[in-house]
Write a protein of this length. Structure first.
Length: 296
């Protein structure tokens, strides 16, 4: 081993040991508490890195994205969406320029309440009002404002996907959408008023409808469900291993597969690529028909 390589290896081990000691001493606890507190308030984990740390940021956003709301911020966005010239990306100083960080932050001033998961298979699109929480926590998150947010986000993404006049159906929370209050009042007190507000703003949306019968409706461009299983069971039953997942509401649309990582079959050459193909095709479709003016 050369002296240079040996020195590098020694330095890497030293820094890893320092990090291990810091973690054991609780040095990361304040950061962890800050992230958890933000997520509990409906925040989004923004992962940002430049140079070598960009790969780490992308890894965080990719792996955590199936469990919590995440979004990767990358340096190239100041060229793609900001004011920087592409030639600036060739140098090593751009990532150290504080004005670049400020510009990047300004590109992502969106409301975390507008970030939702949309499952897509064939012509069916299912948007989730809540996702990876306990049922108890999810029910507490279902407010008039939150339901209205998801309706607006669904309407915007449908227009971005080329649907000129989107039609949306919203499920109930309780069996049979509450059966007129017999099985619960969330539909009467929360979901229906949110739908009425959206209709008043010019959005074509109907509901609340029982989640067990809603999918039989014809001519619907997107279904909105209240809970994880109301949407995931339908998608994975109808399109196993071929469902794409879109994170909607962020400035840049993010797409992934709807299934897990399948570590048990990694490296065996037997995984199906269908969901990844579907995810890529969904993103490609967003550029075909740009939306025109939409309701508020």
């Amino acid at each position: 081993m050369s002296a240079l390589l040996a020195g590098f290896s020694t330095e890497v081990r030293r820094r890893l040991d320092d990090l291990d000691q810091e973690v054991r001493a609780g040095g990361l606890d304040p950061a962890i508490e800050l992230i958890v507190s933000s997520l509990r308030r409906g925040g989004v984990l923004q992962a940002f890195g430049t140079g070598h740390s960009q790969a780490f940021a992308m890894e965080i956003a990719g792996r955590a994205g199936g469990l919590i709301p995440t979004h990767a911020i990358v340096l190239r966005d100041v060229v793609l969406r900001g004011s920087r010239d592409v030639s600036m990306l060739k140098g090593a100083t751009l990532e150290r320029d504080e004005s670049v960080v400020d510009e990047l932050y300004g590109l992502y001033t969106f409301d975390p309440a507008d970030v939702f998961l949309m499952l897509c298979y064939d012509d069916t699109k299912i948007v989730h009002c809540t996702l990876h929480q306990s049922v108890k926590t999810a029910i507490a998150m279902i407010t008039r404002e939150h339901v209205l947010h998801v309706i607006r986000a669904a309407h915007r993404i449908l227009r971005k996907l080329g649907v000129e006049a989107p039609r949306i159906a919203v499920s109930g929370l309780n069996p049979h959408a509450g059966e007129g209050g017999l099985f619960g009042t969330e539909e009467i007190e929360i979901i229906a008023p949110a739908i009425e507000t959206a209709v008043a703003a010019g959005i074509d949306v109907t509901g609340p409808i029982g989640a067990d019968t809603m999918y039989a409706l014809q001519g619907i461009d997107a279904f909105i469900v209240m809970l994880h299983d109301q949407g995931h069971i339908a998608a994975k039953l109808m399109a196993p291993n071929a469902t794409a997942a879109l994170t909607i509401g962020t400035p840049i649309l993010f797409s992934s597969v709807a299934h897990g990582s399948a570590h048990d079959i990694a490296g065996k050459g037997i995984a199906s690529p269908q969901a990844m193909i579907a995810a890529l095709l969904r993103l490609a479709q967003t550029q075909r028909k740009p939306a025109t003016a939409a309701p508020r």
